[in-house]
Design a protein around this ligand. Structure first.
Ligand SMILES: *Cc1c(COP(=O)(O)O)cnc(C)c1O
Length: 388
């Protein structure tokens, strides 16, 4: 169906941050399948693990215990400090699980008309509940009636959360937020915001639910973006890069929230599938072995500084911001055509989100030379637009 507007370029192979088209032309991948290919393309360890697992066992269902799901759960709970994990197949499905936990939390507290706080600029997926939690009119339009029970507040504004508490405190049960908004234009939470949310949620018994589908797993230079402020959520969702390109989602939970699902209350046929879980365990192995979280922090800082220096004072540029290898360049005009121009003229894959923001989400294995090539191509692209 007509859900996407893809460019004409077709890629047939990749390695690291390089992609090749059918004519053998090389391209630099600065978007990594929208934040998915953390290890780049065709990482030998991931290729070998997937091939080996495919030759043993692809799927058994959740009627049986799965050692790979068990191992992945143990590793993610150890990394995050959260006690339990539920596995599914996408970011939207992970957020659905989180939202269902919020409803069960409401029921346990005897709240009949529960509200989940969500944010302007937020994006949580395309299912009916997650699009209802998302802010963008483009995501929501045409799909009413929306799922009820969300109250949207300005992102980054603790006073707005306190005001919501004063007005609707008896109905609020949870708060769902991205630590860095991705689709919404790469907006960082202001310093102290996440910590302030943690305090408010703890005070009022609300579940703090961090959507780390895009920011998780090293992308921002920490394993999880909440860790920049030492914030431990009650619920955290992961997907995109978790299995390096094999579809997977995870909803992690701690405390009472970890015990809300009981056998039969939630599920997913493919969730915890051995292929996806082994791929994810391999991603975690490689990330530790190649120190990719630290690499994301270093490369990200260099990339951001390079772009900020080269674009300083440019009248077309409103802001250059980012955290780790999640970077946005906000322009003063609609910039959708830049993605195609980058492909055709610079053989560079980027993405334009929220209409005016160039978004960079390169693989964490990015080399210094590749980071420099991204800076010079992006600067050429921006300078190639008509000045102001
Ligand atoms: C991509 C994304 C989602 C949705 O993930 P899907 O796998 O496309 O369902 C949800 N939340 C955030 C923050 C995302 O970036």
């Amino acid at each position: 169906m007509d859900t996407y507007a893809p460019s004409d370029v077709e890629f047939v192979a990749g390695r690291g941050a390089t992609l090749w088209d059918a004519q053998g032309r090389a391209y630099l991948d600065a978007i990594a399948g929208v934040g998915v290919s953390l290890l780049g393309h065709a990482h030998p360890a991931l290729v070998a693990a997937i091939a080996d697992q495919a030759g043993r066992l692809l799927h058994v269902s959740n009627l049986c215990h799965s050692p790979w799901a068990q191992q992945l759960a143990e590793r993610l709970t150890a990394l995050s400090g959260l006690r339990r994990a539920f596995f599914c197949n996408s970011g939207a499905e992970a957020n659905e699980a989180a939202l269902k936990l919020a409803r069960l939390h409401a029921q346990r507290r005897g709240v009949a008309q529960p509200l989940v706080l969500v944010m302007d600029g937020g994006f949580h997926g395309r299912t009916l509940a997650t699009l209802s939690a998302s802010a963008s009119p483009a995501v929501r339009a045409g799909f009413g009636p929306h799922v009820e029970g969300f109250l949207r507040l300005p992102f980054g504004d603790l006073a707005a959360v306190a005001a919501a508490q004063a007005a609707h405190g008896d109905r609020i049960v949870a708060l769902l937020v991205e630590p860095v908004q991705g689709e919404g234009g790469v907006h960082l939470a202001p310093p102290g915001y996440l910590r302030g949310l943690r305090t408010l949620c703890s005070q009022h018994g609300w579940l703090l639910m961090l959507d780390e589908v895009q920011t998780g797993l090293g992308r921002t230079g920490r394993w999880f973006a909440g860790q920049h402020e030492d914030v431990q959520p009650d619920v955290m969702t992961l997907a995109k890069g978790l299995a390096g390109g094999v579809p997977i989602g995870a909803c992690l939970a701690d405390g009472a929230a970890a015990e809300l699902f009981t056998p039969g209350s939630h599920g997913s046929t493919f969730g915890g599938n051995p292929l996806a879980c082994r791929a994810a365990c391999t991603v975690l192995d490689v990330m530790a072995r190649e120190d990719l979280v630290a690499r994301a922090a270093q490369r990200g800082q260099a990339l951001l500084a390079g772009l900020q220096a080269a674009l300083a004072g440019d009248p077309r540029v409103r802001a250059v911001r980012g955290l780790g290898l999640m970077i946005g360049i906000e322009l003063d005009r609609p910039a959708r055509e830049l993605a195609l121009r980058a492909l055709q003229r610079h053989r560079l894959l980027i993405n334009v989100t929220h209409g005016t923001v160039i978004r960079l989400l390169p693989p964490l294995v990015l080399t210094v030379a590749e980071a420099q090539a991204i800076v010079s191509a992006v600067v050429d692209l921006v300078k190639g637009m008509d000045a102001g």
